[in-house]
Design a protein around this ligand. Structure first.
Ligand SMILES: *Cc1c(COP(=O)(O)O)cnc(C)c1O
Length: 387
């Protein structure tokens, strides 16, 4: 079994479980994004803060020049604290509260991705009260399915997100009649962990249709935002740590018809941070069952909920044993039957005190941790601080 390389001696000094972020992988990933988008002058990438808002991770992403995509006032705050320039912050979400909108107006963020008519009215009112004009884009539900888990597709008609295509013209007209909002673009996001470039091509075709419809009324917006959703290879974090950004951006370049001077925005989360992170956990007990054996970890679904929530696969490695492999169900200590990381997995023979790495956990890991069972939240360390 080919394993990742980890600073085991340093790990031994730390209390487990904790998240570990390999900054070389993160920086290489960011460099790959910048290299690919650099081929097309008008592509802008915003990092989806909801994937991981660890301040040390955010800081490295901000240094690379990416913008920030936020889905709550708290995320706008986290992005501003990490030093993202306000003109690179976009904010989507179906339920933006007055407090969140006011906070974002005070910081003059680049764009509100508006998801309903009542929200547009509230932004217009709150902006008027401050004597400001808020830039808005409409999140359009393109009714494009993605070949991914049902809980993480967001672009189908029955979804709560966005405004329907039929209502697009009406909401744009409404915005144009208002004094304190400025319509600047269209926004889309079809789902997450998408590996089939055909899904993104389908979105491009839909965007082209909508743009043609608007162009008939001489309406050409400055910005198109196609959201995020590019997946990562959970099966092979050691061989393929960097997602295929070349194909991803080339798909948009090939299929999306941009009008002159339009800028194309992306909101990538998982693809930016997924592979740089691992959850490091200690084996508390190895327990013999009737027909199987369990490796019981000190990490549970409270630290990494994706397996319990989405039946997600995370590769597991015993990073402190080279003994011949045995088969284990790897479980956590939480009082829930769904607190299982992986069943019937072959791992180097496990002992009490061994360290396990749950790989590809940089996205939707630490940020989704909870204190259920009165547990402490896991800490997060970057490799730079463990040398
Ligand atoms: C979650 C989300 C993203 C990022 O999705 P990934 O699959 O992590 O790339 C982008 N935009 C919006 C609006 C989102 O809600």
């Amino acid at each position: 079994m080919i394993k990742g390389t980890f600073p085991i001696a340093k790990f031994r000094e730390l209390e487990t479980p904790f998240y570990y972020y390999d900054t070389k992988v993160l920086r290489d990933t960011l460099a790959a994004i910048n290299k690919e988008t650099g081929k097309y002058g008008n592509f802008r990438v915003h990092y989806a803060v909801k994937a991981n808002a660890n301040p040390k991770v955010l800081n490295i992403i901000r240094e690379s020049g990416l913008g920030a995509d936020c889905v709550s006032g708290g995320e706008v705050h986290a992005a501003i604290n990490a030093g993202f320039p306000s003109e690179k912050i976009v904010y989507a979400g179906v339920g933006k509260t007055d407090k969140e909108i006011n906070y974002s107006l005070d910081h003059d963020i680049f764009c509100f991705n508006v998801e309903s008519v009542p929200e547009l009215e509230v932004i217009n009112e709150l902006a008027a009260a401050k004597g400001k004009v808020a830039q808005v884009a409409f999140r359009i539900n393109p009714n494009v399915g993605a070949h991914t888990h049902a809980n993480i597709t967001t672009g189908l008609a029955e979804n709560k997100f966005g405004i329907s295509m039929e209502d697009m013209d009406t909401v744009i007209e409404m915005a144009q009649s208002m004094n304190n909002v400025k319509f600047i673009g269209l926004h889309f996001h079809i789902g997450s962990q998408i590996l089939d470039m055909g899904d993104f091509a389908a979105l491009c075709n839909r965007v082209n249709e909508l743009q043609e419809k608007l162009a008939k009324h001489q309406l050409i917006c400055e910005h198109i935002n196609v959201g995020g959703g590019l997946g990562i290879d959970y099966g092979h974090p050691n061989h393929l740590p960097i997602p295929n950004f070349a194909d991803y951006f080339a798909t948009y370049h090939k299929f999306l018809k941009l009008y002159p001077n339009q800028t194309l925005h992306f909101e990538l989360g998982r693809a930016v941070v997924g592979q740089c992170g691992s959850l490091i956990s200690k084996v508390t007990y190895v327990k013999q069952g009737t027909n199987k054996q369990f490796a019981i970890l000190d990490a549970g679904m409270t630290d990494l909920i994706r397996p319990a929530l989405y039946q997600a696969y995370h590769r597991i490695e015993n990073i402190t044993s080279d003994e011949p492999e045995e088969t284990y169900d790897v479980v956590g200590p939480i009082c829930e039957s769904s607190d299982v990381f992986l069943k019937a997995v072959d791992l180097n023979k496990a002992h009490r005190g061994d360290l396990f790495a749950l790989r590809s956990a940089g996205a939707y890991g630490e940020i989704m941790a909870s204190q259920y069972n009165c547990r402490e939240l896991p800490k997060g360390y970057i490799s730079d601080e463990l040398v």
